[in-house]
Ligand binder design. Structure first.
Ligand code: FAD
Length: 437
């Protein structure tokens, strides 16, 4: 156990020695909310991590004012989204109202795009004003690095994103992808899998099976070309080879290096491909805000790792005890396995961990040493349905290093377990089913 006072003293010494990125002072901008007598925790990002942090902060630290800032007006879930693309899940299950959750749980919701974090002044800066914080939880998710393929070419980047985006970063992009899949009339649909680490590793394979089953059901003269730079699981290799040999061309060791969204071509290190439709997934990184706030880690050569550097147990930024990072943006947490699995379940559990650490700091209690968990329900086939459940658990090894264990269970006859899991999470995070207050 670390005491709150020792923790803050050590961290304050660290932060005093740190050069934080300079932010053009936003003095002319008004405060988005008046300050009350209470200390304030601001959570940026209303995804899986941020929603959990806001809800658990209200419960664990009732003496704090809690504000959730999110750019979107409503929550759209990526978990369940593959089945939603296939018309198997209703809108009402994946879309939720932020204001309803905020009313039920008792925190404030502000819809705004955070431009940057002014760490010296302890405020987040938005277009219409600023929001002061005593504690800040950044749960802003990931971004896609189209620059890895297209350099500084903004026109090509915009075209690749708009015409061939994967809807991997935000649920608000799903409707466009659904239209493109409905319009796909045959030929080659190319989908690349991003290099590890990326969010929800089994989900691209699940999407591939969904698209293959759509191609078959519609009797299209077309195929899905899957370009994979990573090692595929034996389970999906078998499903692709045995069940969808006609519909899926699986290309191993295929790392995309170049894309031309106008000519509809792309190149891997070994081969060129032409497509009529594509789902493009460039390498992923922590979202813009982490870069602007100077929270990206460095490797041994001093190059940015692309992911936020945090204390792996308490989740605060290494040089700032007042800023917490949760969710998919997190960098490696263990020498044994690297990154936590980038799942919504795990992001939500990290939100609860951060809330408890902040609550302990705010009340001068001992800081808890807590670890998250993750459960992921993946469809390995749709007709007939078959799923695999991947459970990841964590514990402290004797020397303090975090250790991971995974369990996979195959279910050849699922009965709505994925929706039951999602409803449970939506009850916890979004007050799903709760009566309006
Ligand atoms: C197809 C697919 C299927 C998946 N299936 C599962 C599954 O079955 N189970 C599972 O556990 N996980 C699943 N996941 C993974 C899950 O979606 C992510 O792990 C989860 O969303 C991570 O949560 P997060 O809070 O880190 O980020 P997000 O949920 O992406 O939330 C980030 C939020 O921050 C907001 N934001 C970003 N920047 C700003 C800013 N500057 N100002 C204001 N707001 C900002 C964004 O609008 C967003 O709402 C799936 C993902 C995909 C793509």
């Amino acid at each position: 156990m670390t005491s709150r006072r020792r923790f803050l003293t050590q961290a304050a010494a660290l932060s005093a020695a740190t050069q934080w990125p300079l932010v053009a002072r936003a003095q002319s901008r008004p405060a988005l909310l008046p300050r009350s007598k209470k200390q304030r925790a601001v959570v940026v990002g209303g995804g899986w991590g941020g929603l959990a942090a806001a809800r658990h902060l209200r419960e664990r630290a009732p003496e704090l004012e809690v504000v959730l800032v999110e750019r979107g007006a409503r929550f759209v879930s990526l978990p369940l989204s593959n089945r939603w693309l296939g018309g198997q899940v209703q809108d009402g299950l994946i879309q939720h109202d932020y204001r309803h959750a905020a009313r039920v749980f008792g925190y404030q919701f502000v819809q705004a795009d955070v431009e940057t974090v002014d760490r010296q002044a302890r405020q987040v800066v938005c277009a219409d004003g600023v929001l002061a914080y005593d504690w800040l939880v950044l749960a802003a998710g990931v971004r896609e690095d189209f620059g890895a393929w297209l350099g500084e070419d903004q026109r090509a980047t915009a075209a690749a994103r708009e015409r061939f985006g994967s809807a991997w970063v935000s649920g608000h992009e799903l409707a466009g992808l659904k239209r493109r899949l409905a319009d796909f009339a045959g030929g080659d649909l190319v989908m690349n899998i991003p290099p590890q680490p990326y969010r929800c590793p089994p989900a691209p394979y699940e999407r591939a099976v969904l698209i293959a089953s759509m191609i078959r059901a519609r009797g299209l003269k077309g195929r899905l070309v899957v370009l994979d730079p990573n090692a595929i699981s034996p389970m999906f290799r078998r499903v692709f080879a045995e069940r969808y040999r006609q519909e899926i061309l699986y290309v191993p060791d295929a790392r995309v290096v170049r894309v031309d969204p106008f000519a509809k071509t792309l190149a891997t290190e070994f081969e060129d491909f032409k497509f009529v439709e594509a789902i493009l997934m460039p390498p992923q990184q922590a979202a813009d805000l982490y870069w602007q706030a100077g929270l990206i880690g460095k490797d041994s050569e001093g190059k940015p790792t692309g992911w936020a550097a945090v204390d792996p147990v308490y989740l605060h930024a290494r040089d700032d005890p007042r800023i917490f990072v949760i969710g998919d943006a997190l960098g490696p947490v263990s020498a044994l396995f690297g990154h936590y699995p980038k799942t919504g379940h795990l992001a939500a559990r990290l939100g609860a961990v951060a809330a408890r650490v902040i609550a302990a700091q705010a009340t001068e209690r001992e800081l808890p040493r807590l670890l998250p968990e993750s459960t992921c329900q993946v469809f390995t086939d749709f007709a007939p349905a078959a799923t695999t459940r991947i459970e990841s658990r964590f514990r402290f090894r004797g020397d303090g290093e975090i250790e991971q264990s995974n369990k996979q269970s195959v279910d050849a006859n699922p009965r709505g377990e994925d929706e039951a899991w999602a409803k449970g999470m939506f009850r916890e995070l979004l007050a799903y089913d709760a009566r309006p207050v």
